[in-house]
Design a protein around this ligand. Structure first.
Ligand code: TSX
Ligand code: MN
Length: 621
């Protein structure tokens, strides 16, 4: 059991040896990221049944993977922030004592890799060698994780070279937690759901993940490192690690703007990141840098500069179609891994929403025969595609630029059937932080009132912030105050409905009309009117050419009913109350100012407030 480890980095060698002594793998492989290594891993995964080769004519170089039915999503209840103190983690995180947790994990990991190979996966979050990038190493006993990390991150020998003999790295330890005894046959998806735990140690920049092989639980560069640990690093070092898509917007004059966009789950963030501009908006173009995470740092020019730390997309498959996301459909046409989707009779993949008519026969995500009358989904609702960003047809030319791109605007959105307008620009940075902090999506309508319960998800970071959410808000306020040109901040809502329940806004590619107004507005050009919520486009301020959107429907789409807005405002307290002891005064001030603006609007309007939206004319930028 003595392995000669030589990665070129003494600290890494020592950590691998220490881990090997604890987990007792049969062999150790240091991953170089080569094509040969990839094909060896695929052969291994095919032999064990972990992967199924798809029809190379339909889906070249692509594979299907079916997880254990108990291991299909992130498990927030078993995800812990093991900060020094419970208050450092804050009331929105699960906290556990770091010393006790480390001791328990050490017992769990003892012998956990028996009969398996320990893969050493060096990876860079961000372009290799960029000052905005950070290096991590994942030690894992899952070939599926290695193959996925090879898509989702820059991985292998170039990263070890960049790390050098002295470089520091984030330690990511992962085991599926299912040791093999000698001669025992493996299962396609080994895991240990009863003992799953994902523990983050922000003070030592490490994460220990046991028992799950799935997505965010196991691909530790993504949510665990690039958001939970990185948010802590970012706060200490004066930058931001955000749950944001990153996109470029090119105007008809060839001017390029960059936008960071944060949405809670099920709002179509990946679709937005890869949006195809309709013909009616000729000359405008949207390009993609990333669909999930952005790292942003103040530059010498007083602006925020962003990179996407990832190298691939790990997108939800159900609902992805030619209509909802043609660029994604082209990206996943080859070189992709599909997890928990359905298999067609001709060796291709299918999921709910991919086509209007389902195929007559499929093998479902559990490996069983399926027909449209089966009464269960053919693909798991959280089924995923894993595909390299480089396959994305709308890829932005700067996606791999080590200096990142300057961000002109932030867009925050949620899913709201009522009340929340299609778009508004916040009045200034602090107001933007307030609007981002209070964003959310509606849950099912509350029984008593006819106002739906809103699940707040500040900056879409609730499950991903590695420290106290109030300190996170304060960090946002500070970052913007130090910028000479902070990004303009917008709220959007694609999901408002009319009285018959019909969506008022066509969404999808047509969102480019809103995006065009946003970037023009960020540059001080587009016109707007002042409302209690901020600056809003009038009917004539948005390019709505070729859309059948009546002025009446537009008015409904943008309407602010003051009485309901005041109730909405009061409900922000549910979010703030547990954070109150550390909440930055700027947010309390913004809440006060918003209330004042709404009260003034109520007084100014004659007659019932719900019939009188306040639209004060203004040309101010
Ligand atoms: O992703 C979506 N986006 C963003 C796209 C860039 N979805 C899909 C749901 C979230 C996963 C949307 N659904 C969007 C949207 O903008 N808007 C809607 C609501 C909607 C649904 C169907 C229609 C219109 C709007 N149908 C017709 O107009 C025919
Ligand atoms: Mn995400």
């Amino acid at each position: 059991m003595n392995h000669e480890i030589s990665t070129g980095n003494a600290a890494l060698d020592a950590w691998v040896n220490e881990t090997s002594a604890l987990c007792e793998p049969e062999t150790i492989v240091i991953c170089d990221g080569s094509e040969g290594e990839r094909s060896r891993l695929i052969d291994l995964a095919l032999a064990s049944g972990t992967l199924i080769a798809l029809n190379p004519e339909k889906r070249p170089n692509s594979y299907l993977c079916r997880s254990d039915v108990r291991d299909v999503a992130r498990v927030e209840s078993r995800t812990f922030i093991c900060a020094e103190s419970e208050s450092a983690a804050g009331p929105t995180n699960n906290w556990q004592d770091p010393t006790l947790t480390k001791a328990a994990l050490t017992r769990l990991f003892r012998g956990s890799m028996r009969g398996r190979t320990l893969y050493v996966v060096p990876f860079s979050m961000g372009p290799v060698g960029s000052p905005l990038s950070r290096i991590g190493v994942e030690l894992t006993d899952s070939p599926y994780v290695v193959l996925s990390m090879r898509i989702m991150t820059r991985m292998g020998a170039p990263v070890l070279a960049a790390l050098g003999d002295r470089g520091d790295f984030v330690r990511c330890l992962h085991s599926v937690g299912a040791p093999l005894s000698a001669g025992q046959a493996d299962v396609p998806w080994p895991c240990n759901p009863d003992r799953t735990i994902i523990a983050h140690f922000p003070d030592e920049r490490s994460v220990w993940s046991f028992g799950s092989g799935y997505g965010g639980n196991a691909l530790l560069g993504k949510k665990c490192f690039a958001l939970r640990l990185a948010s802590v690093m970012a706060r200490e070092e004066g930058w931001l690690a955000e749950h944001m898509a990153l996109l470029g917007v090119e105007s008809p004059t060839g001017e390029r703007s960059y936008v960071g966009a944060a949405f809670p789950s099920a709002c179509g963030k990946t679709n937005f990141a890869m949006l195809v501009v309709p013909d009616a908006l000729s000359g405008w173009k949207v390009t993609t840098l990333g669909d999930d995470i952005a790292w942003l740092r103040p530059g010498a020019d007083g602006r925020l500069h962003a990179i996407n730390p990832e190298n691939g997309m790990f997108g939800v498959a159900p609902g992805t179609s030619e209509r909802s996301n043609p660029n994604a459909m082209r990206a996943i046409a080859a070189d992709s891994i599909f997890t928990n989707v359905a298999l067609t009779d001709d060796g291709d993949v299918w999921w709910e929403g991919m086509t209007e008519e389902p195929p007559a026969h499929l093998i479902d995500w559990r490996g069983r025969d399926w027909t449209p009358s089966s009464g269960t989904p053919a693909a798991h609702p959280n089924a995923r595609f894993t595909t390299p960003l480089e396959r994305c047809p709308s890829l932005d030319p700067a996606w791999n630029d080590p200096s990142g791109v300057p961000v002109d605007a932030f867009v925050f959105g949620g899913r709201m059937s009522h009340d929340m307008p299609l778009v508004f620009q916040t009045r200034n940075w602090e107001h933007g932080v307030y609007a981002a902090a209070t964003m959310g999506s509606e849950a099912t309508a509350a029984a008593e009132s006819n106002l739906p319960a809103i699940r707040r998800d500040p900056m879409a970071m609730l499950p991903f912030c590695g420290y106290h959410m109030a300190d996170y808000f304060a960090h946002w306020v500070e970052i913007g105050q130090a910028l000479r040109e902070p990004p303009a901040v917008f709220r959007v809502n694609w999901f408002r409905r009319d009285d018959d329940g019909k969506f008022l806004w066509p969404g999808y590619g047509e969102n480019a009309r809103v995006l065009a107004w946003i970037v023009e507005r960020a540059r001080g050009r587009a016109r707007a009117t002042e409302t209690p919520y901020g600056f809003m486009p009038r009917y004539r301020d948005l390019n709505l050419r070729g859309l059948e959107l009546s002025e009446g429907d537009f008015e409904h789409l943008m309407r602010i009913e003051v009485a309901r807005a005041l109730i909405e405002l009061d409900s922000h307290d549910t979010l703030f109350e547990p954070l109150m002891s550390r909440l930055p005064r700027e947010l309390l001030h913004q809440r006060y100012l918003l209330r004042e603006r709404l009260h003034r609007a109520a007084e100014a309007s004659s007659g019932p407030v719900h019939e009188a939206p306040l639209l004060i004319e203004s040309t101010a930028a």
